[in-house]
Ligand binder design. Structure first.
Ligand code: ZN
Ligand code: ZN
Length: 369
């Protein structure tokens, strides 16, 4: 009932509604009657990718989560192309996103809680001024110290108009296809960029797997990752939000992860945060044990398996305990030679978890027959 009382946010509703309407009417009509130049398609693709990187590597991983530090030149680039995606300023976006993480799935607090339905999480939360959407700037005090963030917040609407209207029109005029470039690289690019990002709040909280945690609705989904440059590995992300990677396995498609790592190679990004491999494996195993236990409950002849599973679980807890002890030792003995000796032991513990995952997979397979 709170939702019905919330007043409409007309500027946002009109912008999202009209741009969508233009994208499905004027854009195809112009394409059929006039045709689009190769330039128009090129600028469409380039700006779409740059917006995705501005939001994913900038708004999300750099500013909301502080997953790495960036050179001012890189921050300026991310602030401009993230701003062009028309998803509010870095400050507003990050303040809401931090609540989304701390209170995920809480219908009263999470600004785009999936518990209020697909439409609400996708776009509905922006169309009305809900209490859950109110911005608490005290959550982003650290970001307000960044002059580029403060500049972007102050000049946000100028930046939006310059990048969404002036820039495509100027480029269109230069290549002799003013309206074509404006419609594809301006309007259609904006609408596509909007909805693929919105999928992270809607689809990525409904559709996909939960390899790391089932304590929230976030899912890992490679299809969503393809269109969001890696942001679809959302189950991992909600578990380890401080990691600069979302698609943490080397083969997982995550353009933002590769972009940030390349920037680090060029000296434009530092302090890339990675969650230790052991902690990632531990989270996976935890979930796999949980699932094996659930299967055991349903199995007809569970007794012989219960003992095996329990001894495996005890071994798992013992490995975790050893790792925690080693971690403490590492912090206490900062010396390099010792740290190197510890590294071998860390690797051994990682290996023992990997072996345990294999045994557990075999056990679970037998349980399901
Ligand atoms: Zn989420
Ligand atoms: Zn996040």
């Amino acid at each position: 009932m709170k939702e019905e009382r919330a007043p409409w946010n007309w500027p946002v509703t009109a912008t999202l509604g009209l741009s969508f309407l233009a994208a499905i009417t004027v854009v195809p009509w112009y394409g059929i009657t006039q045709g689009f130049s190769g330039w128009a398609w090129l600028f469409f693709g380039v700006f779409l990718i740059l917006n995705g990187i501005g939001i994913g590597s900038g708004y999300h991983r750099l500013w909301s989560h502080r997953a790495y530090r960036a050179h001012p030149a890189l921050r300026l680039f991310l602030a401009i192309f993230g701003g062009m995606a028309l998803q509010n300023s870095i400050l507003v976006w990050s303040a809401r996103h931090r609540i989304h993480h701390s209170d995920v799935d809480d219908n009263e607090k999470d600004p785009y809680s999936i518990g209020r339905g697909f439409w609400f999480a996708h776009i509905g939360w922006m169309l009305k001024d809900y209490e859950s959407g109110e911005v608490d700037f005290s959550l982003v005090e650290d970001l307000q110290k960044d002059p580029i963030v403060a500049w972007q917040h102050r000049w946000y609407w100028t930046l939006v108009l310059a990048t969404n209207v002036a820039l495509p029109m100027a480029l269109g005029w230069l290549v002799g296809d003013l309206w074509g470039v404006f419609l594809l690289a301006g309007i259609l690019r904006l609408v596509v960029s909007h909805h693929v990002t919105f999928f992270i709040n809607s689809l990525a909280h409904i559709w996909g797997s939960q390899p790391y945690t089932d304590e929230n609705s976030a899912r890992d989904n490679w299809v969503i990752s393809l269109v969001t440059y890696g942001e679809g590995y959302h189950n991992y992300h909600h578990m380890f939000q401080q990691d600069y990677r979302n698609g943490v396995r080397w083969w997982q498609f995550d353009i933002n992860k590769w972009f940030i790592a390349s920037c680090a190679g060029l000296g434009l990004a530092q302090d890339l945060k990675r969650v230790p491999a052991f902690r990632i494996l531990r989270a996976r195993l935890n979930m796999e044990f949980k699932r094996a236990h659930q299967r055991l409950e349903q199995a007809s002849d569970a007794k012989p398996w219960r003992e095996v599973l329990e001894s495996e679980y005890a071994e798992f807890m013992e490995t975790v305990r050893k790792w925690q002890k080693l971690q403490l030792q590492k912090v206490q003995q900062g010396r390099k030679s010792l740290a190197m000796r510890l590294d071998t032991r860390f690797r051994e513990l990682e290996f023992s978890l990997k072996m345990q995952r294999k045994r557990l997979a075999l056990l679970t397979a037998q349980l399901s027959v």
